[in-house]
Design a protein around this ligand. Structure first.
Ligand SMILES: [Mn+2]
Length: 330
């Protein structure tokens, strides 16, 4: 049976559904879960969202404007929240346990339907129903299609949440993952009432000065290797302290070195502020598959955008990843 219809059939028989998405949710993670929650409500199904990180301020409007219920598990499992109180568990925009810290044991023990709606290449085989569309630019694209097939009216609120997801994952329709369907859906969403000007200002003209200061520091330390094909940036603890920036302020920084003509791959290494692994983000213009590269370190993602984590000392982790990429590119 068609995977879309399988999801519709599974969710149709539910009274109450718990949605979740990956840790450090981006605009697509939040937009797609928000749109699905509203779509479920339109079908008379209660939906709540479990977030594994605090709701990012920049995107908070997409939950708050529409009074969506979310539970915050960043500092521990929310008191009183039980999976068993829900008739289905849906993970949107990820199907990978490493992106769902703290959930594996609970979800594997859960006796009711587990659904994954995702567009990432890297998948693990645990869901009962999987709707994975790798050509989709964003999970929001898949949710948009799902709600349309389910005959949910795409009102201005749902359209705004979906549009947020599309523009977040396509860099406002600039990246190569933008396909004709993405733009057709975007056109329908604008017709449904999305205020694109407001959204553009919220996303791109709404930065904290601390974030720009962090970007300036990271760019000052930019190193070009492999005849200028490999760009490496690092953000250390002291960079956060001295600019008063936070981890979410690193978002999109990874893309800046791609402006340089010779650069094929951009790597950003972020030292943990307190404890935890070194975070490594990777971007590629297409010559190198950075999802495959990340897999050798237990990470994953897309061919042109991926991430991984390395335990231990910042310098050692840095040298290990940079040496491996230099080798892959030589
Ligand atoms: Mn996504």
């Amino acid at each position: 049976m068609d995977a879309y219809q399988q999801v519709i059939d599974t969710l149709s028989s539910c009274k109450r559904v718990l949605l979740t998405t990956h840790i450090r949710p981006d605009g697509d993670a939040l937009g797609s879960t928000a749109a699905l929650a509203m779509g479920l409500k339109a079908q008379g199904i209660d939906a709540e969202i479990l977030l594994l990180s605090h709701l990012p301020t920049k995107y908070a409007f997409v939950y708050r404007d529409y009074a969506l219920i979310h539970h915050d598990a960043e500092s521990g499992w929310p008191a009183g929240l039980s999976l068993d109180a829900f008739d289905a568990f849906v993970s949107v925009d990820t199907g990978t346990w490493s992106q769902l810290p703290g959930l594996k044991e609970k979800v594997l023990a859960y006796q009711k339907p587990r659904v994954v709606i995702d567009h990432h290449l890297t998948q693990e085989d645990w869901a009962d129903v999987k709707l994975v569309v790798k050509e989709a630019s964003a999970a929001s694209e898949i949710v948009g299609e799902l709600l349309t097939l389910w005959e949910v009216k795409i009102d201005e609120k749902i359209a705004t949440a979906l549009y947020l997801g599309l523009v977040s994952d396509t860099g406002w329709f600039q990246y190569s993952n933008t396909r004709p369907y993405t733009l057709r859906l975007a056109a329908l969403l604008i017709e449904a009432g999305v205020n694109t000007d407001r959204l553009y200002q919220l996303l791109y003209q709404n930065e904290r000065k601390e974030r720009i200061a962090l970007q300036a520091r990271a760019l000052q330390g930019l190193e070009l290797l492999q005849d200028g094909r490999l760009a490496v940036m690092r953000i250390g603890k002291s960079d956060f302290d001295e600019t008063r920036a936070n981890v979410p302020d690193t978002e999109n920084l990874i893309n800046l070195p791609l402006q340089i003509a010779t650069v094929q791959v951009s790597i950003l290494l972020t030292e943990p502020r307190d404890f935890g692994p070194v975070r490594v983000s990777l971007r590629s213009k297409g010559q190198i598959d950075v999802a495959k590269f990340a897999e050798q370190f237990g990470g994953g993602g897309h061919a042109r955008a991926s991430g991984l984590k390395v335990d231990g000392d910042f310098k050692e982790a840095h040298d290990k990843v940079v040496a491996a990429m230099a080798k892959a590119m030589s």
